[in-house]
Design a protein around this ligand. Structure first.
Ligand SMILES: *Cc1c(COP(=O)(O)O)cnc(C)c1O
Length: 415
């Protein structure tokens, strides 16, 4: 079936959106056709009421799959925040100040996700605190109009920077980068998870920016754990760093962090909601998300990350044990170096002997009950999964389902 185009690249976001809505449509119907409903129906959860199927996330933090789940203390804080009026600017300032203190960075603000941080960071570098300029964006006549980026760092999220009206100047070598800098250069844009793909690494990039007085920006959206990353890049010398709030940090899905130089954060705030005539007005972050982001970060800095890592390893062990009980199924483990740097399990089997491709296996996982979404296209290791975003105990369900799928395929293939 054409919609199960699992081999599409990770960056084909539009196609992916289509895939997921198609899947949701298919399986949503099945949910209501389920026989044997209880005589006194239990209260339907909100997704049942909406006819939207819930999934087990054996994948990573993935915005299309709603990122992460809120820890109870974050959900409680958001609920509490929702019950009072405050001046939004006062809340932004207070939370930004506390976050900066917690992380040991100059200044901080809560944005509408890492993408919002990319746009506001760019706006800060282009319009600064100049009210006339702020109101005129994305018309950048007379302002610095270019953002320098390495070819291998181009990514769909650089659209957020282009929203400001700037032109991306694409370079490959350090020499090209130096030559591209002029009085038109507003910002230099680095994509953290592309650091090993680009010819100019972190240190050199920062050094070039500093020498020319051009602000450097690092998009580190999905780059926790480890938690030290939350301040590493600022300490290294980046002027601005962005993180997603709703990925590994497990804050509200529509929140994020912009961390960096005080003057730039002040400028970003002026380009942001609630200022009405500003490019950031559509990037509203409400009191609930601002408070949620703060509490999520507080929690994240307290989490025992070693214990959490061991727990992920143990849960992978549960899945490993279930699947390797089927003769012919092998597993191996790996940890992506940057972004979603957590233990993963890769599954291998003879696809011909089992008459089961990786794509078909993933489809059966997703179509089954409960629906499980794993990784099939992101890594060369084959079909893989991680318990990073699973609820406790879901590893047993995933192990059981995989075992069923492999056992059935094997039996069928044997005739
Ligand atoms: C997820 C992601 C973003 C966008 O983050 P949001 O918090 O969803 O806005 C930007 N850049 C990279 C590299 C990402 O992985």
């Amino acid at each position: 079936m054409a919609i199960f185009n699992w081999s599409s690249s990770r960056r084909k976001f539009l196609a992916r959106g289509g895939l997921f809505s198609a899947l949701a449509g298919l399986s949503g119907r099945r949910l209501f056709a389920m026989p044997g409903a209880a005589k006194t129906p239990a209260r339907k959860n909100i997704y049942e009421r909406l006819g939207v199927r819930t999934r087990i996330n054996a994948k990573v933090t993935y915005t299309f799959l709603t990122g992460s789940l809120l820890p109870p203390e974050v959900a409680r804080a958001m609920e509490e925040a929702a019950q009072h009026y405050v001046w939004l600017l006062e809340l932004q300032q207070a939370v930004g100040g506390k976050i900066a203190q917690m992380l040991g960075v100059d200044a901080a603000m809560v944005t509408s996700g890492a993408a919002g941080a990319i746009m506001l960071g760019t706006a800060a570098c282009v319009a600064g605190k100049d009210l006339e300029r702020i109101q005129r964006l994305p018309d950048i006549t007379g302002m610095k109009s270019e953002v320098i980026i390495q070819k291998s760092h181009r990514n769909p999220f650089d659209h957020a920077s282009r929203n400001v009206g700037v032109r991306l100047v694409v370079v490959e070598t350090a020499e090209e980068m130096e030559n591209a800098i002029s009085e038109k250069t507003a910002m230099m844009y680095f994509l953290n998870d592309a650091q090993s793909r680009g010819q100019v690494g972190l240190e050199k990039f920062i050094e070039v920016g500093k020498r020319h007085g051009v602000p450097t920006f690092n998009d580190a959206a999905a780059d926790v754990p480890p938690s030290s990353h939350l301040s590493d890049y600022n300490k290294m010398g980046f002027d601005l760093v962005a993180f997603s709030g709703g990925k590994g940090l497990r804050g509200p899905q529509c929140a994020g962090l912009l961390l960096g130089r005080k003057d730039l954060i002040e400028a970003a705030l002026l380009n942001n909601n609630p200022h009405e005539d500003s490019i950031g007005r559509p990037c509203k972050v409400g009191k609930e998300e601002i408070v949620g982001m703060f509490v999520a970060l507080e929690r994240y800095l307290k989490v025992d990350h070693d214990a959490e890592w061991k727990d992920w390893e143990a849960r992978l062990g549960v899945i490993e044990k279930a699947v390797t009980s089927v003769p012919g199924v092998r597993t191996s483990r790996f940890v992506p170096e940057i972004a979603n740097h957590v233990p993963h399990l890769s599954l291998q089997w003879d696809e011909t002997a089992f008459q089961l491709t990786k794509v078909e296996c993933a489809r059966q996982l997703e179509d089954g009950e409960p629906s499980i979404v794993c990784l099939v296209e992101d890594y060369t290791q084959g079909l893989s999964l991680t318990p990073f975003m699973m609820k406790p105990g879901e590893e047993r369900i995933v192990g059981r389902r995989l075992k069923e799928i492999f056992t059935t395929a094997r039996r069928k293939a044997a005739g």
